[in-house]
Each structure stands twice: as C-alpha cells, then as structure tokens.
Write a protein that binds this ligand. Structure first.
Ligand SMILES: C[S@@+](CC[C@H](N)C(=O)[O-])C[C@H]1O[C@@H](n2cnc3c(N)ncnc32)[C@H](O)[C@@H]1O
Length: 211
C-alpha cells in the first residue's frame, strides 16, 4: 500500500463501497463503554454542560452514536461520505446532539467547530500516513479546550510497518502529545477488548495540563 493512497478520501470511500471494512466492529467499542462505566472519562453533568466529544475518522460511527446516547455533544468526523450517511440514517429522527462533519482532518481549523473537551481516538492514528502523525496531532491540539482529554485506544501495537493499519508505538504517541502540553494520566491493557484484539491494544488517557 502506498502511504500517499491513505491520504485520499477516494481510497477510503472505495473501501466502504466495496464492503472492505474489516476494522468495523459493527457495534460500539466495549473498551470505551467500560471506561465510561468506570468513570475514567469526563461525564455529562447538566444538559448545558455536556462535554464536546470529537471522533476523528469515525467511520460508521458506532462510538460517536454511543457517546451521544450517553448525553455527550458529539462531532463525528470522516472524509468518506458513505459511513457518515450510514450513521445519519441510523439516528434519523432521534434527538441526539450529534453532528457529522465530512472533512479531511488535516484541513480542520478551530473556526470549524466548538472547542473540544474529549478526542476519541480509535483506528484513525493507525490509518493515516505515519509521516503525517505529528501534523495530525497538531491539528487536533489546536481544537482542545484547556483541561481537555484524549481517550485513545491504540491498535495495533508495534513499530510502524506496511499498512493500513500502521502499527503504533504508545511511547511515541505519548511523546508526540507531550509537545502540545498533554500528559498520560491513565494507561492500561484493556480487559474489555474485542476478542480479535485482546492483548493487541492499549488504552491511554491523556489530559491537557498546560492550561
Ligand atoms: C480504519 S477506519 C476506522 C473507522 C472507525 N474509527 C472504526 O473503528 O470503525 C479509518 C477511518 O478514517 C477515515 N480517515 C482516514 N484519513 C482521514 C482524514 N485525513 N480525514 C478524515 N477521515 C479520515 C477513513 O475514511 C476511515 O473511515
């Protein structure tokens, strides 16, 4: 796979059209559900205090849908229109605070959306050209509110190799965020991983501490 191919929306849109979406668990990620139940993530308080959660590269959007059902204010971003249409169809007519945004994440600016309280990272960092990882985090960092949290389920673990997915070194991921004032406040090998991913992923929660 040419690394430049993965930077094109057409490549991903084509995979959705052909049904080549082996990454799609078909349901919300149990690790994030478990993290929510254990209070590891900021939780919505009063209706007008709902944290704004961004899911970059959300695909069919099972996770943003689940967080919206818990009362979060969600922006579900992807540059392939097909999965966003699937997500909108699933929640049509419901009063969820979920907006879809069809946009290349690298073109995103703080003017495009409200400040973000939580970034949910799953199978996006591993999907982009590894040479663009620092650029990706810089774009996201510019969107964060002081005290914001990044909840990252890092999969697959290892040194970057041919992909997608391009493997992730968690120490490198943490170092790249530290440049933007975020520190890991929680790291664990999740107990609720999908059986096919058990032992191959790591949950890392980072907080922006330079407020
Ligand atoms: C491996 S899939 C994961 C989808 C979803 N997170 C999931 O777990 O089902 C990667 C997703 O990132 C999207 N994506 C890749 N590069 C992107 C970019 N530069 N901007 C926006 N979306 C991107 C793709 O369209 C695809 O839906």
């Amino acid at each position: 796979m040419q690394e430049t191919e993965v930077s094109k929306a057409d490549y991903w849109a084509g995979r959705y059209r052909k049904g080549e979406t082996a990454w799609d668990l078909g349901a919300p990620c149990a690790v994030f559900q478990d993290a929510l139940a254990r209070g590891l993530l900021p939780f919505p308080g009063e209706p007008n205090q709902a944290p704004h959660l961004l899911t970059p590269g959300c695909g069919n959007g099972h996770d943003p849908e689940m967080f919206a059902r818990h009362g979060y204010r969600v922006t579900a971003l992807d540059f392939a229109p097909e999965p966003l249409a699937n997500l909108r169809q699933r929640i049509e007519g419901e009063e969820l605070r979920l907006a879809t945004l069809c946009r290349d994440v690298f073109a995103l600016t703080p003017a495009d959306l409200d400040p973000v309280d939580i970034v949910l990272e799953y199978t996006m960092y591993c999907a982009i050209d590894p040479r663009r990882r620092e650029e990706y985090l810089a774009v996201l960092a510019a969107l964060l509110r002081p005290g914001a949290v990044v909840a990252a389920l890092l999969f697959p673990l290892g040194k970057p190799q041919d992909g997608p997915p391009f493997a992730i070194d968690p120490d490198e991921y943490e170092r790249q965020w530290s440049v933007h004032g975020l520190r890991a406040i929680h790291r664990e090998t999740p107990r609720a991983s999908h059986p096919a991913r058990a032992g191959k992923e790591l949950l890392m929660i980072l907080r922006k501490t330079d407020a």
